[in-house]
Design a protein around this ligand. Structure first.
Ligand code: DCP
Ligand code: MG
Length: 579
């Protein structure tokens, strides 16, 4: 993470310098007070006759000093903030960029909630840490050591008293800090949990309401929230024991110094002003020790957060770029050679088992299989959302692993099973598939997707805003916008993963007919659970429990494949019942 400091280190250097100014001003004040009391009020050097003009002069000087200290403090704060905020900003950008390159598997492993906590809260912790280092830490140490020096230079005996007390203070502070450090890891993990519950409930609000699960979810949230608060309270409670202990030690020191000072005053070895100054210095030192404990809390928290951010930054994308730029003579050919696959975070069970087939350029290729048979997993391997466990996938004759990822993925347009739309207009959503598309292309892809009519029937047409997750559209409308978005990409390979499941059979048939006419040279892969969706395909692959059972056209499959015939008959009966 330090490499992101490159542009801002100068600010991190200037901030402590101004802090030095502020602390010096703080340390000068008690000395001036001493002069006011000893010479101005008591007139110790002038046979006990006070000096009003000296009091006024010193008073004015003190106002100047306070102002100067204030200005230094403000500037130090400004530079410290520039330093820490910019650093955090760079870290946040780098993390986000890395997360964007994560493969599905890696996102699953971190969990979305945790990624969000890390990129928001953990970065804030790091910013606090940075600000504390260049400001708080400098201030405390200067005040601490400067205070000790000033007290000792007032009267060496006072210094000795401090030297006796300080080791105990330092020991107790260290004890608390070391004991508390592990809590900060736990604290961030609890925050992850809370964010996960929160995210699930906000994005799944409709499901929660539909199942009347508000109370259940509220309990789940309360549990996560209480755990967070408990941990937080434990840390705070723990630290609250610390200040009374060091307070007591400092008060003992103060009493001893006043006692020793009084004896010295009687012997004319010290002045009342110097005792007052010493007491002020001690309260400054005490204050700095208190601040030190705050700083160490920030540092411990920051360290825990830094570890979590480094986990993101050090995660190398598993799916690595190849060298090939994607320029091929053949366009739209897909080949699976003995492909087996199991999910990396799963239990090792084979989801796809030794699958081989090929799809020719321009072919319409259906994939049929019952739910959970592995259809989505199969097509995820083509754009390399996941890598095969064994065997290889070839696109246009080249192993997908050899492609640059962008080159490979620009050849393929996928309309996913769960189509996510963005909260922009319908037009923007379609255009999302290709930045260069003009209005004409947007309209024509909407027409092919059978979306044109319903879009233009809306009052605002293509400018209709799509609500969060496409709430202002029906399920089937969303699917068609998502299909238009895939079409406009002008890819060599189109993959529809069950993306017409919400359409009625007539609209679906029209869509596939338009697709065949307008995208003749494009390879089309159509996943479906309904035979009606794929029966006109050139060939249909029947997937059964991760295995390729058969691959032929509708007629052949009906005649030769039992699984296909079973599905066909059950669906036919279903329709007969409905009809
Ligand atoms: N699976 C998994 N981890 C995932 C996704 C799926 O372990 N991230 C498992 C669940 C299934 C198997 O893989 O047992 C196949 O899942 P698919 O999503 O590939 O199944 P289909 O797409 O065929 O099913 P559906 O028709 O319901 O979409
Ligand atoms: Mg699926």
């Amino acid at each position: 993470m330090y490499k992101f400091l490159k542009k801002f280190w100068l600010f991190g250097l200037i901030a402590p310098l101004f802090m030095l100014g502020e602390v010096s001003m703080d340390l000068i004040q008690p000395r001036m007070m001493r002069i006011i009391i000893d010479d101005g009020v008591l007139g110790l050097n002038n046979s006990n006759v006070g000096d009003l003009s000296l009091i006024i002069e010193m008073g004015i000087k003190m106002i100047g000093i306070v102002a100067l200290g204030g200005i230094s403090g403000v500037l130090s704060g400004v530079f410290a903030n520039i330093f820490s905020q910019n650093w955090g900003n760079e870290i946040r950008k780098a993390c986000f960029k890395n997360v964007m390159n994560f493969s599905f598997e890696q996102t699953d492993r971190f969990s979305t909630g945790s990624l969000i906590t890390r990129i928001t809260n953990d970065v804030t912790q790091i910013q606090n840490l940075a600000a504390q280092c260049v400001r708080g830490f400098v201030r405390t140490s200067l005040l601490f050591f400067g205070g000790i020096y000033c007290v000792s230079s007032l009267n060496l005996k006072f210094g000795v008293v401090l030297a006796c007390v300080l080791p105990f203070v330092i020991f107790s502070v260290m004890f608390f800090i070391l004991k508390a450090a592990p809590f900060f890891d736990i604290l961030q993990a609890k925050l992850d949990r809370l964010n996960n519950v929160l995210r699930e409930n906000v994005s799944g609000a409709r499901v929660v309401k539909a199942y009347v699960k508000e109370d259940y979810e509220l309990k789940r949230f309360e549990k996560a929230n209480n755990e967070l608060v408990d941990t937080q309270l434990r840390v705070l409670k723990f630290f609250s024991y610390m200040s009374p202990i060091s307070n007591m030690l400092f008060n003992i020191a103060t009493v001893v110094i006043i006692k020793l000072g009084a004896i010295d005053v009687q012997n004319a070895a010290a002045t009342p002003g110097s005792i007052m100054a010493a007491v002020t210095y001690i309260s400054q030192i005490m204050h700095s020790v208190m601040m030190l404990s705050n700083i160490f809390q920030t540092v411990s928290r920051g360290k825990a957060s830094g570890k979590r951010l480094n986990e993101i930054l050090n995660t190398q994308p598993i799916i690595k770029d190849g060298d090939f730029d994607g320029n091929t003579e053949i366009k739209g050919k897909i080949e699976f050679k003995s492909v087996s696959f199991s999910y990396p975070q799963g239990n090792g069970e084979l989801v796809l088992d030794d699958i081989s087939f090929s799809v020719n350029p321009g072919e319409t290729f259906g994939i049929l299989g019952s739910t959970g048979s592995g259809k989505t997993s199969l097509i995820s391997l083509i754009p390399r959302f996941y890598d095969t466990s064994s065997g290889s996938v070839y696109v246009d004759g080249i192993d997908v692993k050899n492609y640059k990822l962008n080159a490979l993925r620009s050849k393929i347009a996928v309309a996913l099973q769960r189509s996510e739309l963005f909260s922009v207009s319908i037009k923007e959503n379609i255009k999302w598939g290709s930045a260069f598309a003009d209005d004409e292309e947007i309209e024509s892809s909407a027409k092919t997707a059978q979306a044109y009519e319903f879009i233009t029937a809306k009052a605002e047409g293509f400018e209709t805003m799509v609500g969060e997750k496409g709430m202002s559209l029906s399920g089937g409308q969303k699917q068609r916008v998502a299909i238009a978005r895939a079409l406009i990409k002008n890819a060599e390979i189109l993959i529809f993963d069950d993306s017409t499941s919400a359409l009625d059979l007539k609209t679906e048939a029209k869509l596939y007919k338009a697709l065949k006419e307008n995208y003749e040279s494009v390879t089309k892969i159509i996943i479906a659970q309904r035979i009606a969706s794929v029966k006109d395909a050139d060939r249909i692959a029947v997937i059964d429990n991760g295995k390729l059972s058969a691959c032929a056209d509708h007629k052949t499959l009906l005649a030769e494949n039992e699984i296909y015939r079973d599905i066909y008959e059950s669906q036919l009966k279903g329709e007969a019942k409905l009809g």
